[in-house]
Design a protein around this ligand. Sequence first.
Ligand SMILES: [Zn+2]
Length: 566
Amino acid sequence: MTFIPEDFDASSWENIEPYVDDLIQRNLSCSSCLEKLISDSSNLAEHISETGALLYIGMTCDTENETKKNDFLNFVENVRPKLSKFSDKLNRRIAEHPSVGDLPDRYDLMIRGIKSDIDIFREENIPLGVEQTKLVTKAQGITGGMTVEFEGEERTFPEMKAFLESNNRSVREKAWKSMVSRWMNDSEELSEIFDELIKIRHEIAKNAGFDSYTNYMFKAMHRFDYTVEDCLTFHNSIEKVCMPIVREINEKRRSSFNLEILSPWDVNEKSGSGPDIEGKNPLRPFDNVGEMVQKLSELFHKMSRDLGNKFDKLVEMDTLDLETRKGKAPGGYQYYLEKSRVPFIFMNAAGLQGDLETMIHESGHAFHSLYCGHLDLIDERNYPIEFAEVASMSMELLTQDEWKIFYDNDDEVNRAILSHLEGVVFLLPWIATIDAFQHWIYANPNHTREERTEYWLSLRDRFGSKMDWKDNEDFRELSWQQQGHLFGVPFYYIEYGIAQLGALQLWQTHRKSPEKALKDYENAMKLGNTKILPELFAAAELKLGFDEKHVDSLINEVKTAMAEVR
Ligand SMILES: [Zn+2]
């Protein structure tokens, strides 16, 4: 019998309260009582997490539905604050228990996290957290609702991406400008929300006794295994290693297009994607979501029976919402339903190669969740983000050999692989940009908007290519707004960089021995959150590193692989 009944409804505090009271008040004098307390609270946490997940999913699938939005906000405002208070009490019961030191080793990581959470917990930060979530939801509503009238139809931003790959430069320019002008209509409100968020976040840090939100967040995010200095080293390594290649690729694009200088509608600064430089038709790996799913099943079965079966399980469970439509929040994510132990995948597919990569990425997260689904406690399954993204980013690289399922000829497959590898080289500087921007923002919480713009532009120069921004400077100054992480999940971004370096190493193994790479993948993923970050890396025979030499050796192999498909 589980502590919480199977059909429990965790959407209201009234329902949760009796269980919480039990956990806080029960007698803990027997020898196994502490372990039972941990396991029962994990059971409760699974139910609450799943309820929160379903409410979030409901809202992001339908951002214009007021009821769904209110249901989610109600949970955020009424359940989560009481929950934080309860978690702190529970944490203290566990950490301060006289026999906590006698617990088996499997609890070590959990106790480390609990102690850190106790250190930073302040009751006065609870309402600030709620305020923060409300502002983030407001920003998401604004960006998710953006559409443009283009070629006689109302289109979502993900749908507009197809026009940015058009070989007709004036179509691209028109598409880009229509999106930018739509964005600029709301940019002032987004800036105001962001100003507000910075203020709240700095206050949260101060309340918890920190001089900066950066240091507070390193502790809150349980970044025990790397430092602020490591992040700065990472920025420098990326600048030195990747920027010459990025500039070279852009230069090639410029000369192929016979232009004086590239414009923002000739190449996506973040991903390096754009129209084909030889004027070939844009890659269209699938016509509809059904086709994408069916071919991906085939692809994963070709890689291994295990991955194939795992993917089919996702389809069977019917927890995929993949097609883009108006009112759906932008982007893609995988959300693990902790009670049912089922991964949910959300994305905005419109038939592009990038969409295929997103789906493979999110499938990697889902595989990770399935690999560690056997672990008992929610905490043991709650793998660190830095490693979560190894699961997803490596899957993008490891599947490359099988992309031929989606294309009629080798030329298209090679183009897809080349553009993906270029994307890897482009994304790292973008990650450095966003991370460096956040470090600056929270180190200087009282900055003016002018100073923020100035710093942002300096980063764009450091991690960007020469481009013609004439007449579009106002958008360039605010282009950070398009990175939703800055609003919703502060400091969450360097994880992609740390993970990409891990994913590239797994891919290096895969280039020599696919079987070994998949075995390494499985070995590490099934550990969930039961090892510290460097050990998770080591379980897949990867090194956790930030230095230039390490980055250089990985990017060199990317260069080799690019030459193979060119
Ligand atoms: Zn991811």
